[in-house]
Design a protein around this ligand. Structure first.
Ligand SMILES: NC(=O)C1=CN([C@@H]2O[C@H](COP(=O)(O)OP(=O)(O)OC[C@H]3O[C@@H](n4cnc5c(N)ncnc54)[C@H](OP(=O)(O)O)[C@@H]3O)[C@@H](O)[C@H]2O)C=CC1
Ligand SMILES: Nc1nc(=O)c2c([nH]1)NC[C@@H]1CN(c3ccc(C(=O)N[C@@H](CCC(=O)O)C(=O)O)cc3)C=[N+]21
Ligand SMILES: [Mg+2]
Length: 306
């Protein structure tokens, strides 16, 4: 923001309605991270002859998941990594999936294994994530990495929360002492997000379906992270004027013209002019999730040398 120094800077908090919301460009943040990764991939190849390999496993046909899997594969190749997709039918049994995971764990050309969630009914996701070698668990969802992340020890950190944290640090610098409210407590996003924010010395409030009045808590947040999959959940009044809002939600909606487009969990038009900073959907958290997956795969390959 450029301001002439003759014009007095308004006291903070600014009056609601006057706020110039700054959109957080997730694509630009992700591009910077990806450029660093590309360099390190080249160094790893040159010095050690290693090409990081990622295996992405998708069970059953879910069109949205197929889009993400294709995107993950394309991005790994862009930075010089190798990747392989295992697309299995919805009828795949838990035993068959465990056996594939065991093969990938044993494959020295594979440094990262990601099993796309959700899994079909009848397959226990906790059992599958626990079966992935912790050194290859690039989603950071297995018990060892969840424990390491919670303890603040170097493990593999779940990609989406890591991406959100990097956006927050990049935008705000230190997060120390800020009140962060996380809406959603899934193992994939909400819980690990809360743990990472605690490590930044935020005061952390976690809301979920049983929370009595989510809005009353949300509007206290300096940092509001929303990951529910409930479009339109966060209205203008839920946002403290000037707060930083991270919208993780990805919801497909059909426009009156019959086209599908993506929206988050936050009512975007209402957050504009109210939030201090806001991640758009698409172009916010999503690209950072992918960049962090590449980062974790590279980290896993680098650690395999030790
Ligand atoms: N941009 C990205 O990179 C990613 C986006 N996503 C998207 O983020 C969203 C959340 O994903 P995920 O965490 O896996 O979803 P889950 O369905 O596993 O979890 C949703 C969480 O939100 C809570 N919740 C749902 N509705 C409400 C509500 N009305 N008020 C308060 N809390 C609520 C649930 O509470 P309870 O536990 O009590 O049921 C649950 O903890 C989805 O839209 C998903 O597509 C996910 C991963 C990556
Ligand atoms: N084991 C596991 N790990 C995951 O990380 C995981 C998962 N399962 N299941 C599904 C969710 C969802 N997810 C996204 C990744 C990228 C975008 C992304 O790139 N989004 C783009 C738009 C993409 C589009 O146009 O469809 C954006 O927001 O700009 C979105 C969502 C990872 N997930
Ligand atoms: Mg749930």
């Amino acid at each position: 923001m450029t301001r002439s120094n003759i014009i007095p800077v308004p006291a903070i908090p600014m009056q609601a309605g006057q706020i110039q919301t700054r959109l957080i460009d997730g694509k630009a943040h992700a591009a910077r991270l990806t450029a660093e990764i590309e360099l390190e991939v080249a160094q790893l190849a040159e010095k050690h002859g290693i090409v990081p390999g990622l295996a992405v496993v998708l069970v059953g046909n879910n069109p949205a998941s197929e889009v993400y899997v294709r995107s993950k594969i394309a991005h790994t190749e862009q930075v010089g990594m190798r990747s392989i997709a295992h697309i299995l039918p919805g009828s795949t049994t838990q035993q068959e999936l465990l056996s594939l995971v065991a093969d990938l764990n044993a494959d020295p050309t594979i440094h990262g294994v990601l099993v796309q969630l959700p899994l079909p009914r009848g397959i226990d996701a906790a059992l599958i994530t626990s079966a992935i070698d912790p050194a290859k668990d690039v989603d950071g969802l297995g018990p060892m990495n969840v424990g390491l992340t919670t303890l603040g020890l170097p493990g593999l950190v779940p990609c989406t929360p890591l991406g959100c944290l990097l956006l927050l640090r990049g935008e705000l610098g230190s997060l120390k002492g800020l009140h962060a409210v996380v809406v959603g407590k899934s193992n994939l996003v909400g819980r690990p997000m809360a743990q990472l924010l605690l490590q930044e010395e935020c005061t952390v409030t976690v809301c979920h379906v049983a929370t009595a009045d989510v809005g009353a808590l949300a509007c206290l947040a300096d940092i509001l992270v929303v990951a529910t999959g409930h479009k339109g959940l966060v209205r203008r009044e839920w946002i403290k004027p000037g707060a930083t809002v991270i919208d993780v939600g990805i919801n497909r909606v059909t426009t009156p013209e019959g086209r599908t487009r993506l929206v988050g969990d936050v009512v975007f038009d209402e957050a504009m002019g109210r939030a201090g900073r806001l991640t758009p959907v698409p172009g916010g958290v999503g690209p950072m999730t992918i960049a962090c997956l590449l980062r974790n795969t590279l980290t896993a390959a680098q650690r395999s040398l030790r």
